[in-house]
Design a binder for this molecule. Structure first.
Ligand code: B12
Length: 215
């Protein structure tokens, strides 16, 4: 297993989409622990890419290729994760997306998949989503919770805008708000008046459960 995890991380680091896909297929074939392969293999790889990019060792095209390899693997693994929760009664409805101006969607999609695998009904709005749209969709779907991802320090304030919009429409008391993404933390969540922060997809599931009081 350790070798497999290393190869998954390396495929992302090398930006090798085909190899990443092959490793994802092998993961499914051998019925390996999906979460472990995602978190300690592919996600570990993309985090390393980010670190090397920050240090000036990798350049933007390599960052893009790493992200593409990561997405190629996730496209194969996500359906398998989701089916784990498909036949259960839904425990709550979560509207999720990445905030306006921000196109990072790998972490958000992983959170959406894990919530779905754990019985939550999901409305995934994708990335670069205006604050008002989160609230429109929550209203339309009578959702229990809005989950907002932000990966850039410049887009984080958009999370606050969603809360302000909920306030404006007198919906704040019935819709919980959770935030996440690399630059966010508990302190930020408290500062903008969100109901909670979670640092990874597994913690996001526990948080959603405790916020909605279900599941
Ligand atoms: C991959 C990547 C990209 C890809 C994105 C591809 C895609 N479709 O998502 C590409 C190449 C397109 C990209 C572009 C850019 N990027 Co970029 N990118 C990254 C990188 C390396 C990894 C992000 C990632 O996917 N991580 C893996 C996932 C699984 O982890 P995650 O996103 O953190 O999500 C987990 C948790 O945070 C949590 N979570 C996430 N969302 C939510 C939501 C909720 C509600 C909850 C509860 C939890 C939760 O759960 C997830 C699963 O465990 C990061 C580095 C890093 N350290 O994050 C930089 C990084 C985010 N990027 C950065 C930058 C600057 C950019 C660009 C501006 C670069 C440029 N000059 O063009 C553009 C932004 C364009 C835009 N407008 O959005 C900076 C941001 C700096 C900052 N502080 O603002 C980072 C931190 C790199 C760095 N170290 O400098 N990027």
């Amino acid at each position: 297993m350790r070798e497999h995890l290393k190869s998954c991380a390396q495929a992302v680091l090398d930006g090798e989409s085909e190899i990443a896909e092959e490793l994802a297929r092998l993961t499914l074939e051998k019925k390996m622990d999906l979460l472990e392969v995602i978190e300690n293999g592919f996600v570990a790889g993309i985090r390393e890419v980010g670190k090397l990019w920050e240090e000036g060792i990798l350049f933007l095209p390599e960052l893009v290729m790493g992200a593409e390899a990561m997405k190629a693997a996730m496209e194969l693994l996500q359906p398998a994760l989701e089916t784990e929760g498909s036949d259960r009664e839904k425990v709550g409805h979560v509207v999720i997306g990445t905030i306006e101006g921000d196109i990072h969607d790998i972490g958000k999609t992983l959170v959406a998949t894990m919530l779905s695998a754990n019985g939550f009904k999901i409305t995934d709005l994708g990335a670069d989503v205006p604050a008002v749209r989160f609230v429109d969709e929550a209203e339309k779907n009578d959702a229990d919770c809005i989950a907002i991802s932000a990966l850039l320090t410049t887009t984080m304030p958009g999370q606050k805008k969603v809360i302000e919009e909920l306030d404006k429409r007198s919906m704040r008391s019935r819709v919980k708000v959770m935030v996440g993404g690399a630059p966010c933390d508990e302190k930020w969540a408290a500062e903008i008046g969100a109901d909670g922060y979670a640092g990874d997809a597994v913690a996001a599931v526990s948080l959603a459960r405790s916020l909605t009081g279900r599941g």
